[in-house]
Design a protein around this ligand. Sequence first.
Ligand SMILES: *Cc1c(COP(=O)(O)O)cnc(C)c1O
Length: 396
Amino acid sequence: MYTDYQKHLEKIIDEIKESGLYKSERIIISPQGAEIELNTGRKVLNFCANNYLGLSNNPELIKAAKRALDDHGYGMSSVRFICGTSDLHKELEEKISRFFMTEDTILYASCFDANAGVFEPLLTEEDAIISDALNHASIIDGVRLCKAKRYIYANADMDELEEQLKLAQSQRFRLIVTDGVFSMDGNVAPFRRIAELADLYNAMIMVDESHSAGVVGETGRGVTEFFGMPGRAEIITGTLGKAFGGALGGFTTGKKEIIELLRQRSRPYLFSNSIPPLVAAAGIEMIGMMTRNNELQDKLHRNSEYFISRISNLGFDIRPTRSAICAIMLYDAKLSQEFAAKLLEEGIYVIGFSYPVVPRGEARIRVQLSAAHEREHLDAAVSAFEKTGRETGVLK
Ligand SMILES: *Cc1c(COP(=O)(O)O)cnc(C)c1O
């Protein structure tokens, strides 16, 4: 039996390779940071991590995690409702609620789980989910697990959202779902208009702040802060795996009845192990750090503005962005692979994205800025982009 199946799999894998979509992994032997060491012995500057606040290797977080290892042990060996809830989980949930000015929070092993487990317990076939077409894969999967009627609108297209809301009026409850920042362009969801339309058409709002928490808004509280509307979304999901430390973990925060029902019914919460206490302890320290002062957020904002303005002054075509993501458009899939390879030669690690991750003909290099970057890192990246831009004829 397996030999036939093996041939079948080999054929699929060959097809992936032939279409240029095969993903291979580079091996890093240093901690995550602005400068990383690869197993080839090369040291490169990293511009493709979600390490927005530079916390992946932060000494204070490491200290907090080590302390928790000593006084809370390694693992919980249980889901939350059996014997997997530690005081650190409760404290982190409280801290996240306070940070986002929401009522309550529930932790998950990842934001993928948070999104997979948020819709099905809350909505039924009588209800409607109105979802941005570019929402994260985990939102799409979560929506699939739920019986609510689906309505899709083109990315950030508020006329289409309004159309879909009109169509959804016969449903009992309506939930608009959007990423806070879209990862391929770095654009911020037009939350103010979404909120107006939600009021007009009697809908609730869910924002996934995975790429926006810690990044967008003056103090990094995400799109609700960016638009001056704290607490306006009924549901926020987010990850501890990006700006918030970079290890793992996810959360849903929002109205208390919603969180209470999720604790009773959300399947990834009920049937999957609780996060290690050391991750919760580092999370508590992380929120403390972000609220004691605004140094990391300020530095990230300065770095993003500096890099983006220098790259666009060179004449590169970049997507409008209000986040720490800068998409440098090359439009050609092969060119974007070549461009990224040349940049790596120059010691700059970035990734070229092409179809199907982005629409056909919209290939690009995505740069992610971090508070871990120093001015000389940014200057080195800009120089490498300029050199490669001229060599490839992208810059005239
Ligand atoms: C990264 C990401 C996730 C997944 O987060 P994990 O905690 O890594 O599972 C979910 N939603 C969005 C929008 C993301 O960018």
